[in-house]
Write a protein that binds this ligand. Structure first.
Ligand SMILES: [Zn+2]
Length: 469
């Protein structure tokens, strides 16, 4: 048959100017965040120029360059077992991520790491930062020293420790912001970090106090506005704020009735994941770092959802589950003695009850309708013209654009389901089950089971008639 092209994302959201195929950008204008500005030189050159061999090196190893300048340790346990053989790299992580920050100075006999590199032995900084192209490293270092709030404060701490010999210097990463989070994401240096001599009593509970020298790592809360900029200096080159609490929704007709009037983490990431003609593409063009940023984002959102479940056990009526699973409890008795048991309801995507629920639903459908008649697989093809046009226009490759890939796939899957359900391409259908999975190459694919109406049971071998999708 003929190929049905879904076209380019040329529809501009009237509220936030995102160029989209379908709307998930700003909840119909409820969300407004400050637009990202062009990154300073040389980052703009390194990210967007494709001719210079130096930029090729930077683009390929952007995660390493970012890690060299990150102020916090990512605390991510990467599962490398997936990256065997060919194909684009896959990010797979274990457990929760923790962004950790150490003291200003390293402990005796330990090499300086992360933020300590801004302070300790800076005469040999480039050698300490190791590997990769030294010219690029120098250029990035100069850029951050010139533009980045956090880098500037750490340098100031260095000078104080070095020249003034302050006995007890601490640094406070401030969590509160006075400005309206819808309009401003670039606070002044003094708003984000303060240097403290002696004791500090006025700290907010989310503020981070960095000691002069201690063997302890401090965890930065994912709702601290410095959480993302400290981990991704190349994506937030000036030290722009990441997500923060209490960003109000924009005024809209139903705001008084709305249960929630503030931007959530999920809404923050939805907004940032959009491409706008009037906004810098720093994050969207950061290739492998973009993928890490997305995963990090997911890991920031999930604890919020888990927290909600923990605090709303009664409303979620999980008590009714307890008897159902009582017989499985023997192994957990020890654990239950120690702490409170939290039940993840079946509405929590990915939980055991969620999987069981779907499985039982699937079995119930089969029990009612009999065996499925057709089994279809739809695989995302990175050479689909819509994907190719969009990524070449941005000088990227499909494996650097999981956002484009998943959106195009979902539109085409919806189209196929529409063809099956309403256009009856295989005849009248009375039921279907489908699931979307990700191959290890990062491409989504769907398995679809079709139950045909008895009058439409296949007389032909449909597999031969099935168009290549
Ligand atoms: Zn929008």
């Amino acid at each position: 048959g003929t190929y049905i092209d879904i076209g380019d994302p040329i529809w501009e959201c009237p509220h936030c100017k995102a160029m989209i195929w379908f709307s998930l950008c700003c909840s119909d204008g409820k969300i407004q965040l400050p637009l990202l500005h062009e990154p300073p030189h040389p980052l703009n050159h390194l990210l967007f120029n494709n001719q210079d061999p130096k930029t090729k090196n930077f683009q390929q190893y952007i995660r390493i360059y970012n890690l060299m300048f990150a102020f916090t340790s990512p605390g991510i346990k990467f599962d490398k077992s997936y990256n065997t053989g060919k194909g684009p790299p896959t990010f797979r992580i274990h457990r929760q991520t923790h962004h950790l920050i150490g003291s200003l100075l390293p402990m005796p006999n330990n090499p300086p790491k992360f933020a300590q590199l801004y302070i300790y032995d800076t005469d040999n900084e480039i050698i300490n930062r190791l590997s990769q192209n030294p010219l690029i490293i120098i250029a990035i270092k100069d850029m951050l020293d010139h533009h980045n709030h956090y880098a500037q404060r750490f340098r100031m701490a260095r000078d104080k420790l070095h020249y003034a010999a302050v006995p007890d210097l601490k640094m406070k990463l401030i969590s509160q912001r006075q400005t309206d989070g819808r309009l401003y994401n670039l606070p002044t240096t003094t708003e984000v970090v303060s240097l403290i001599v002696g004791d500090e009593h006025s700290a907010d509970k989310r503020d981070i106090i960095i000691e002069k020298k201690s063997g302890l790592l401090k965890r930065i809360h994912e709702l601290h506005p410095a959480y993302l900029p400290l981990q991704y200096p190349l994506l937030y080159p000036k030290g722009e704020d990441g997500y923060k609490l209490n960003i109000p929704h924009k005024d809209h007709a139903n705001i008084d009735a709305a249960k929630r009037k503030q931007v959530t983490l999920c809404e923050y990431f939805c907004y940032r994941l959009q491409s706008r003609t009037n906004e810098a593409q720093t994050i969207l063009h950061s290739r492998r770092l973009f993928q890490q940023w997305i995963i990090d984002g997911y890991c920031m959102i999930e604890p919020q959802k888990l927290n909600y479940v923990r605090q709303h056990q009664q409303q979620l009526r999980v008590d009714k589950y307890i008897n159902l699973t009582g017989s499985n409890d023997h192994l957990e008795t020890l654990g239950r003695d120690r702490g409170k048991r939290i039940i993840l309801p079946s509405s929590f995507v990915g939980s055991q009850r969620y999987m069981e629920q779907l499985y039982f639903d699937g079995m119930a459908i089969c029990g009612h309708l009999g065996f499925p008649d057709l089994f279809l697989t739809m695989t995302c093809n990175p050479t689909w013209p819509e994907i190719q046009r969009k990524v070449t226009q941005s000088n990227l490759t499909p494996n650097n654009c999981p956002d484009i890939i998943t959106r195009v796939f979902k539109i085409k899957l919806n189209q196929l389901m529409n063809d099956l359900k309403h256009d009856n391409i295989f005849g009248n259908i009375i039921g279907y089950i489908y699931t979307i999975e990700w191959q290890k190459r990062g491409l989504p694919h769907a398995y679809i089971l079709i139950f045909l109406h008895p009058s439409n049971k296949p007389k032909h071998n449909y597999l031969k008639l099935c168009p290549t999708i």
